[in-house]
Design a protein around this ligand. Sequence first.
Ligand SMILES: [Zn+2]
Length: 120
Amino acid sequence: MRQRDLTAFRKLLEERREELIHEASRTVDGMGENREQFPDPTDRASLEGNRNLTLRIRDRERKLITKIDEALGRIDDGSYGKCEECGSDIGIERLRARPVTTLCIDCKSLQEAQERRRIS
Ligand SMILES: [Zn+2]
């Protein structure tokens, strides 16, 4: 991959990472604010539901942040953009759509087909 593209992907990943951390910290603040506003038990139950949702979102964000960190690590060690299964180029278009991916479209399709077979 060209240096120019690598720099662009690094920027994109770092921006996405910033956004996620920002969102995550805002979610935590929101949880604190709402705690005293629902004295009624019914409302408290729905607040608990919201809180579970919030925790799930944060879990998802945390996983994505880890993936972004790994992708940034691959940019550093020069393996970014290579499929971890077959070693071929993942392709700029696919990386633009999903910058944290580690598989080329062929290996991804294969993996999904195998997962479907395992389930059925
Ligand atoms: Zn591959």
